[in-house]
Design a protein around this ligand. Structure first.
Ligand code: HC1
Ligand code: SF4
Length: 579
């Protein structure tokens, strides 16, 4: 143990403890910007400086370890002045556009400038970088908002193992850029958006499609268009966070009510097509499993576009191992512009399909040419909004969120089972598929709460979770992984023959889609585990727990698709991932 003093208070802390952690233990709060628990202690921003031994040293508390006898002051006048100077310096390089910035009141720099009473118009001359970026891309970087905290570099390298971002330039011109200066759209970025949710300002963000959707919803301008919205499993767990509402109030039924008031003609649920995905992907797995020698193993899930991009760019030789099932977003679009269009007697081009996703990669998934099959020349899904964008749309349209009633989704693409909603949490797609595979193999439903609980990977501290099941004599070896750093470890273990599995679920974001790059942002706070609890509550409270029991999916097969993996399904719901 080491004896130190913090703000005059004597205490003993473990050797190797940083001053930041020691202060936290003693109840003193030190501000941070670049620091990220377990991932970054580079001390670049220097807002966490403290004074050591009466004025002798100012040190960054995040990467300075306590020493015997240290006398530390966390809030002395010298410390406060140093922090103010560092904030001024950052503001001199930051294009201050708070009133119009999407991170207004959710910006760590703004918060600090406010706390330390620093005006953006201070004595340090402004040195704004010129921003050059193609703003039609799904991910946008604003160089003149970047405060060089390098959190994006750390997240991309250490959590996602990709390393798209890097320090570029030298001396005073050092900044963040795409590694090796390649154009962004030729980089290995998978668009997971983890750099966005870890950026303290708005230097990184998704393309903002809110105004475009608001214009589409204007009936005077678009009287003949039918505007359909589908909402993914995960936004319902988190949308209320941007309004300071807890999930007990901000339910999926209130979200549906808000979307209806926003002007969407049909408010549908991606859970419907998650059930459909299970019918297709579950049967595909069983087909492959009973023709084992015809396929390379394991089969991988294919619903996460971040993961699919990662596999195609980093391990292209394994692309054929992806399930050919399109994602629920994609299946929903294809069914909307075929079956549903027929049902309501509209031409597919007169329907606009908009998705609300927790994801920044879905904006790009919908552009992939061979994922658009309903009708030549039009997209199956026209736009994808993140959860944050949906919330901004609600704000723009002045929807009175706090006084909304609970309403349901519309029919016939608005029903979903418990198996569908758990797609949003890591392990959920695997569990949903296993529930239905069990039924197909045994003729009985498993216990939805217990049988496949071992694949629920939320909160696991292992790189991946594995489980083996004996279903009617068939041994199925399953693995579940989230975040691409862990995924790389799993793929390397598979390649080295250290592990063998039959079915592997991969989600690019930590915790799965609940922790997606399009979800509400909370600086230095991890919400994926809490959101996963909301997901599992939706599952256990749902009267239907099995995808094969979704009555609207059954009707879709009866009336239109005929059978899983049939000709129509093949055309509308599957892909070879070559596009
Ligand atoms: Fe997901 Fe999926 S679970 S990929 O995370 O398979 O985005 O929520 O919508 O498509 O259903 C995302 C979430 C989502 C798809 C489903
Ligand atoms: Fe998108 Fe979900 Fe994949 Fe993240 S895990 S990239 S939110 S689909």
């Amino acid at each position: 143990m080491v004896n130190i003093k913090i703000n005059g208070k004597a205490l003993q802390v473990k050797e190797g403890t940083t001053i930041l952690d020691a202060a936290k233990e003693a109840g003193y709060n030190i501000p941070t910007l670049c620091w990220m628990k377990d991932y970054s202690d580079i001390g670049a921003c220097r807002v966490c400086v403290v004074e050591i031994d009466d004025n002798k040293t100012l040190a960054a508390s995040c990467n300075t370890v306590v020493q015997e006898g240290m006398d530390i002051k966390t809030n002395s006048p010298r410390v406060v002045e140093a922090r103010r100077e560092n904030i001024k310096l950052m503001l001199s390089q930051h294009n201050v556009t708070c009133p119009t910035c999407e991170r207004n009141i959710n910006c760590a720099l703004q918060d600090l400038a406010n706390k330390y009473a620093v005006s953006s118009d201070n004595e340090i001359p402004k040195m704004l970088a010129i921003n050059e970026w193609d703003t039609t891309l799904p991910l946008i970087r604003e160089e003149d908002k970047c405060i060089k905290c390098y959190r994006c570099v750390q997240v991309c390298e250490k959590i996602q193992s990709i390393g798209v971002w890097d320090m570029v330039g030298t001396g005073a011109n050092t900044t963040v850029g795409v590694k090796n200066n390649v154009p962004f759209n030729q980089s290995d970025c998978v668009l997971c958006g983890q750099c966005i949710t870890h950026c303290p300002t708005n230097a990184l963000h998704s393309r903002d499609d809110v105004m475009e959707i608001a214009n589409l919803l204007d009936k005077e301008k678009n009287p003949d268009k039918v505007i359909v919205v589908q909402t993914a499993p995960s936004p319902r767990t988190a949308w209320g966070e941007d309004f300071g509402l807890d999930p007990e109030f901000a339910t999926e039924r209130r979200m549906a009510a808000a979307l209806r008031r926003a002007g969407f003609d049909y408010v549908f649920d991606t859970n419907f097509s998650a059930d459909l995905t299970i019918m297709e992907e579950g049967n595909e797995f069983l087909h492959r499993f009973t023709h084992k020698e015809d396929y390379a193993w394991p089969m991988f899930t294919s619903c996460c576009p971040g993961w699919v991009r990662f596999l195609k760019s980093q391990y292209p030789e394994m692309t054929d191992q992806l399930s050919t099932a399109k994602s629920p977003q994609g299946m929903f679009g294809a069914i909307t512009k075929s079956y549903f269009a027929e049902k309501i007697g509209k031409a597919p081009e007169d329907i606009i399909c908009i998705s609300v996703m927790p994801c920044s990669a879905k904006k790009e998934e919908l552009e992939i040419p061979n994922l658009n099959d309903a009708k030549e020349g039009i997209k199956d899904v026209d736009y994808s909004l993140t959860t944050r964008e949906m919330n901004r749309l609600f704000k723009y349209l002045n929807i009175d969120i706090e006084n909304l009633p609970e309403e349901g989704f519309d029919s016939p693409l608005g029903s979903g089972t418990g198996a569908a909603v758990i797609f949003g949490a890591t392990g959920g797609v695997m569990e949903a598929a296993l529930r239905t595979c069990y039924f197909v193999l045994t003729g009985d439903n498993p216990d939805a709460d217990e049988t496949f609980k071992a694949v629920r990977a939320t909160g696991s501290d292992k790189p991946w979770v594995e489980a083996e099941y004996n279903v009617n004599g068939a041994i199925v070896r399953a693995a579940v992984v989230n975040s691409l750093g862990n995924t790389r470890k799993l793929l390397e273990a598979l390649k080295a023959g250290e592990v063998e599995y039959d079915f592997v679920e991969v989600m690019a974001c930590p915790g799965g889609c609940v922790g997606g790059g399009g979800q509400p942002i909370h600086f230095n706070e991890e919400r994926a585990t809490d959101r996963a609890k909301v997901i599992y509550n939706y599952d256990s409270n749902n009267k239907m727990r099995f995808s094969h029991e979704n009555p609207d999916v059954q009707t879709l097969y009866d009336e239109f698709l005929k059978e899983p993996l049939g000709e129509k399904s093949h055309h509308l719901l599957h892909t070879d991932h070559q596009g």
